[in-house]
Ligand binder design. Structure first.
Ligand code: URA
Length: 237
């Protein structure tokens, strides 16, 4: 559900301010009834008529992308570098749900459903994300425990929901760690490891809520099913 003036503006019919003025002038109806109240919220299924013409609401699109490394999570880049949006063939304006660093690969959602985006990125909703971090050192398991007890990054204490050493290669001196977090601060995983004295050499997001990367290779994407979108909405408390 979104405010009527926002839906009208999002359809490209006019600006939000103009939409407010049209509503106030009684030039808008919802499901056959004239609406002059600016607080009214409508859903994508409501039929909206503006100045006698049926409004075509922009269809929502939901993409699950396997972001490769070396691509920026943005809709455009002032240096002309490739962005995640350049990887998607669509005629809609899609926005990433949160962000992954330039050198991070993995699961990234993109959509034009701003409502869902705002809900999913809000830490209150505690959407779990699973990361795989590669550390070019042998990691001390007792330090890993600290990530669950909580470490301070940028003056705020953050905890991992789960941490597990997946593999330790004594010869190559590398460790693969799986880390589950539910908030999404800037460079959070890298900063959490930095807080216990390690540098993340490689990072991949394997899961976002119940969604994973199965069937995709880096650079590929798929549309979410209606059921998956509904399930994402249902996760919001
Ligand atoms: N944490 C990071 O440090 N980087 C990412 O890209 C995602 C989470």
């Amino acid at each position: 559900m979104e405010r009527l003036q926002k839906i009208i503006a999002n359809s490209g019919y006019c600006s939000r301010r103009k939409a407010e003025s049209l509503i106030a002038q009684g030039k808008v109806s919802v499901n056959g009834k004239q609406v002059t109240d600016l607080g009214v919220k409508v859903s994508p299924n409501d039929s909206i008529v503006v100045e006698g013409r049926a409004l075509k609401q922009t269809e929502k699109e939901y993409i699950l992308l396997y972001k490769p490394r070396g691509i920026i999570t943005s809709t455009k880049d002032e240096k002309g570098r490739k962005t995640v949006v350049d990887l998607i063939q669509t005629n809609k304006r899609l926005y990433p749900v949160g962000r992954l660093d330039y050198d991070t690969s993995g699961l990234l959602l993109l959509t034009n459903d701003g409502n869902l985006t705002n809900l999913l990125i809000h830490p209150r909703h505690e959407i779990q994300k699973v990361y795989i971090a590669k550390i070019d050192q042998l990691v001390d398991p007792s330090l890993i425990k600290k990530l669950m007890q909580g470490v301070v990054i940028d003056g705020v204490k953050v905890k991992a929901d789960r941490v597990k050493i997946k593999k330790m290669d004594k010869k190559k001196k590398t460790t693969i760690v799986e880390l589950v977090i539910h908030d999404g601060k800037y460079h959070q995983v890298k900063k959490m490891f930095a807080a216990i004295g390690y540098t993340v050499a490689g990072l991949k997001r394997e899961k976002f809520a119940f969604l994973d990367l199965s069937g995709l290779t880096a650079g590929e994407y798929r549309h979410l099913t209606t059921k998956e979108v509904k399930t994402l909405y249902s996760l919001i408390k």
